[in-house]
Design a protein around this ligand. Structure first.
Ligand code: REX
Length: 410
């Protein structure tokens, strides 16, 4: 199902403003292509992406685009395999590592308040925690600390590993200890190596500096100021509050039945991945962050200092950047927690945001397919399809069999 609504924000006004703000032409492949050059979202393409994801094994899929006051919602499949309830674009879900941006925001606010220095050793704030005094706060937030990712061991067997921790409650220090059983992957600052351990350290820093649980920091510094309605940190509770999509873990053994992974503590991730949210809230969050509403311009610039990861992806401080096929760069995070994959990204100016979610995980095909949602949201209709008049959605494979409905004013 596809729907579009226009909010109270004047779309024309927003377009005029962004045109004023953009001085130069868009350059393909250039990481800061101006937002004003963005074509309209390709909602039919987005629907095709979600349809492919469901065909490849996701019970359900949802996407929401917020573009200068205009909202597009697209859904496919079911939120609950037991009841057969259809996915709603308003359903809550587990956002996995999108949590990392929340944690980074809190720490950068503490930098703004002169309570934390990015280039100070972590051990200055948490004496003796790490075995190397050269590991700084910046290394941790940019995944350059070299701290081994303990989740590689925990989830070597996806279902057995998950069931072993589903109800467990870890302390942050226990998780750091799991990591320190293994050698570091690189010298401090020497290389990018994605590791959940870094954002467990971030959680420890937040608790040490604020004297409160991370839940309080998320609540007071992000959730309340942005009036997020669907965002929660309930650890160590195992339930998602309110209406939500159930999450289904795909077993490693082909053909084995999906495992309902909805109920879990997510204690293995905590400040690295345990937040619950919705597409609406994540669109608001990244829009506000990139518009500079959550920290000073200087701190946002620190967050947006990127280390190259691949040819098209880079990592800042708790923030990913992806360059799309049309040359537009988008900023946000991905998430993978048992039962849920999330992509939440926005344009550099925060004017257009997309959140896409499928309620399965451990399915690389589905994950790759869902990346197509970014293309549809930010690149518009593929050029060839637009020219030939073919149905859009070519990026998601077959465009036939679409059963989408365009409704306005919903
Ligand atoms: C945990 C295992 C994956 C998931 C992980 N998740 O590190 C963090 C996250 C919180 O969201 N990271 C992603 C499990 C990659 C990100 O930053 O985008 N996989 C699953 C396995 C594999 O069990 N054996 O897919 O459900």
């Amino acid at each position: 199902m596809v729907s579009a609504t226009v909010g109270r924000t004047a779309v024309l006004g927003a377009v005029a403003l962004s045109l004023l703000a953009v001085p130069a032409r868009a350059v393909a492949g250039e990481p800061h292509a101006p937002a004003a050059a963005l074509p309209a979202p390709d909602t039919a393409g987005l629907a095709a992406v979600l349809r492919s994801a469901v065909r490849q094994g996701a019970p359900g899929a949802l996407a929401r685009i917020d573009d200068h006051g205009r909202t597009y919602r697209v859904t496919r499949g079911v939120a609950d395999r037991g009841t057969g309830r259809a996915v709603s674009a308003d359903d809550r879900f587990r956002i996995g590592s999108v949590t990392k941006t929340f944690s980074a925001v809190v720490l950068l606010q503490l930098v703004d308040e002169h309570r934390l220095a990015l280039d100070a050793p972590v051990n200055r704030y948490l004496p003796g925690l790490l075995p190397d005094d050269r590991i700084t706060v910046r290394h941790v937030l940019s995944h350059r600390s070299g701290l081994y990712d303990y989740t590689d061991d925990l989830f070597a067997d996806s279902v057995a590993g998950f069931e072993a921790v589903r109800k467990k409650v870890f302390t942050y220090r226990q998780l750091v200890a799991l990591s320190l059983r293994k050698p570091r992957t690189n010298a401090p600052g020497a290389a990018y190596a994605y590791s959940n351990t870094n954002f467990v350290v971030a959680g420890l820093l937040i608790e040490k500096l604020t004297g409160k649980p991370v839940r309080t920091a998320y609540q007071r510094r992000v959730i309340e100021p942005l009036k997020l309605r669907d965002t929660f940190y309930v650890h160590p509770d195992t339930a998602i509050p309110g209406r939500h999509a159930r999450g289904y873990l795909t077993p490693d053994r082909a053909g084995a039945p999906l495992v309902d992974a909805t109920a879990q503590t997510v204690s293995w991730a905590q400040s690295a991945g345990a937040v619950i949210s919705s597409a609406r809230d994540l669109d608001v969050f990244y829009g506000a962050l990139l518009k500079g509403k959550l920290m000073s311009a200087a701190r946002l610039a620190e967050m947006e200092r990127f280390t190259k990861v691949t040819g098209t992806t880079a990592y800042g401080l708790g923030l990913r950047r992806r360059v799309l096929s049309c040359g537009t760069s988008v900023y946000g995070h991905t998430g993978a927690v048992q039962g849920y994959y999330t992509y939440a990204f926005a344009t550099k100016d925060g004017g257009r945001s997309l959140t896409a979610m499928v309620n399965t995980s451990n399915n690389a095909k589905v994950l790759n397919t869902l990346a197509g949602a970014l293309e549809s949201a930010f690149c518009g209709k593929p050029k060839t399809a637009a020219k030939s008049g073919a149905k859009s959605g070519a990026r998601a494979g077959k465009a036939t069999g679409a059963r989408t409905r365009e409704a306005t004013g919903a």
